[in-house]
Design a protein around this ligand. Structure first.
Ligand code: NAP
Length: 477
């Protein structure tokens, strides 16, 4: 895949970039190693100061970087601005909380004595240079939610961003440099996916995190496994959205539209499968379909646009194949089902797809099991909570889940039984720095955000103080 900015709203190639060669990659790996040697010894105050400065710069740049993101991957401009603001908030959150999240842990005094020690503690140390292989769909947020905790923990970062967002990738490197981070603490590697293996195998790279598709995750995880290096994988999702009889159906339907089409439908945590109890099915289907049909598809630079283009030609072709396969096998199209009509002529070469609702889905259809990465919803009718949960779990993915109910027993059973990294009641899944984020099954493993995220790239070091050891902490003596 060429490293280039191609505007998905009109197919125009705006800038192309040369991939780094072996000598340039070597130079950056050496810089990361050198930077880590010093940066790992800095205190939390200094790290928080630098991250706070980066957050301030990002706030100042918000409008410009939002335009770059929209130009590179097509999300509506307002959403791009909101993404930049969210990144600055997350940076400040980690700047404020990292020290407490990585505070030493002390076993109970009786256990310490039982181990034969005067004292013992668990101390969190950074791992080193962490390689981040990132996708284009939230081109700032995906990177920041890894980088903010990783840097606060004392690691250094190597970013291999998606090949279609090179300007955003370079912006991030410049952002951390302008904030005053020492050279080599955060570097963008403009390379294609073919270069990842050699970088990951390099002994100067300690660990890797990948957000993206299952094939990419499998490849990176198997190389890292071969090298015995830690990985975090955030992969695809096909999140269920359950609507049960006690739900506020009007609100559930309104939220469902946003949950499905946020980011032009290209979000791993977008609700994709709408599983509705038969008692409220007709009302939900009607309201949801009207909401999806009424969305404005068009130029993502305009504030009036709800849904912009898909990020690439291949992505749209994949989505069309999924819809066509379902329709061929008998799915009914409640709205959409094709490329939108009536777009401005200058958008004729853009990769748009109409918001679509499909009903009558059967397990034989590919869309029943595969992720629809675009504004396409599937609607299912169920007779009971048990059937809803079984259907929700009948997926290779397990990223998040949404449930609309006002019933306490149903709430408890969903928390217990849904196979996912999150359960969101009477709302839609969204990430927040204080809440761990990640999945089970083929949605990946490990967690980002919160304390879980910052500890992923730390060495939880056991420190055991035997008799006459110096500097033992008073707390467990
Ligand atoms: P993708 O093709 O897997 O690309 C993601 C990143 O991986 C890019 O930097 C890509 O580089 C790189 N890559 C691709 N194949 C690779 C390989 N074999 N070895 C090493 N690196 C490789 O993902 P996508 O299809 O563009 O993105 C959408 C997917 O990401 C969806 O499945 C979505 O659900 C998932 N996603 C998950 C989360 C989450 O948090 N769970 C968040 C966002 C997106 P190139 O661009 O150079 O190919």
């Amino acid at each position: 895949m060429p490293i280039a900015t191609v505007n998905p709203a009109n197919g125009e190639t705006l800038r192309t970039f040369e991939a780094l060669g072996p000598a340039e990659i070597e130079q950056r790996l050496a810089a990361a190693e050198t930077a880590f040697r010093h940066y790992r010894t800095t205190g939390f105050d200094e790290r928080a100061r630098l991250l706070g400065l980066a957050a301030d710069l990002l706030d100042e740049d918000r409008r410009d970087i939002a335009r770059t993101m929209t130009t590179e991957m097509g999300k509506p401009l307002a959403a791009a601005r909101a993404e930049a603001a969210k990144c600055a908030r997350a940076m400040r959150w980690y700047a404020a909380h990292a020290e407490e999240l990585l505070a030493d842990e002390y076993p109970a005094p009786a256990d310490v004595a039982d181990s034969g020690a005067l004292a013992a503690r668990v101390h969190y140390r950074p791992l080193g240079a962490v390689l981040a292989v990132m996708p284009w769909n939230f081109p700032l947020w995906q990177v920041v939610r890894f980088a903010a905790p990783a840097l606060m923990a004392g690691n250094v970062a190597l970013l291999k961003h998606a090949s279609n967002v090179p300007q955003t990738a370079l912006y991030l490197e410049g952002l951390f440099r302008r904030a005053g981070y020492p050279t080599g603490c955060f570097q963008t590697l403009l390379v294609g996916s073919g270069a990842v293996e050699a970088i990951l195998r390099d002994p100067r790279v300690a660990a890797a995190t990948l957000t993206g598709s299952e094939p990419a995750g499998r490849s990176v995880a198997s190389i890292a496994g071969d090298e015995v290096k830690h990985t975090v994988l955030e992969l695809g999702g096909s999140d269920p959205y359950l609507v049960l009889p006690s739900a506020d159906v009007a609100r559930a339907a309104r939220t469902a539209v946003t949950a499905r089409v946020q980011n032009n439908g290209q979000s791993c945590i977008a609700a994709k499968r709408f599983i509705v109890h038969t008692q409220v099915y007709e009302e939900f289907a009607e309201r949801f379909t009207v909401g999806m049909r009424d969305l404005t598809v068009g130029d993502p630079m305009k504030d009036s646009t709800d849904v912009g283009p898909l990020s690439g030609e291949r992505g749209r072709a994949d989505l069309e194949e999924l819809v066509d396969d379902a329709v061929r096998q008998g799915a009914s199209v409640l709205c959409g089902g094709s490329r939108p009509e009536g777009l401005d002529p200058e958008l004729a070469n853009g990769w748009f797809y109409a918001p679509t609702v499909l009903a009558g889905i059967t397990p034989a259809m590919r869309i029943h099991r595969e992720e629809a990465f675009g504004p396409v919803a599937t609607l299912y009718r169920v007779e009971s909570l048990e059937e809803a949960v079984a259907l929700a779990n009948d997926s290779p993915f397990g990223l998040s889940s949404n449930v609309w109910t006002r019933d306490a027993d149903e709430t408890r059973r969903c928390v217990r039984d849904l196979e996912a990294g999150g359960v969101f009641f009477n709302g839609m899944t969204a990430s927040h720095p204080a809440l761990p984020f990640g999945g089970v099954k083929r949605s990946g493993y490990g967690r980002e955000l919160a304390g879980h995220g910052i500890r992923e790239f730390c060495n939880a070091t056991t420190v055991w103080y035997g008799p006459e050891a110096a500097d033992a902490p008073a707390r467990t003596i």
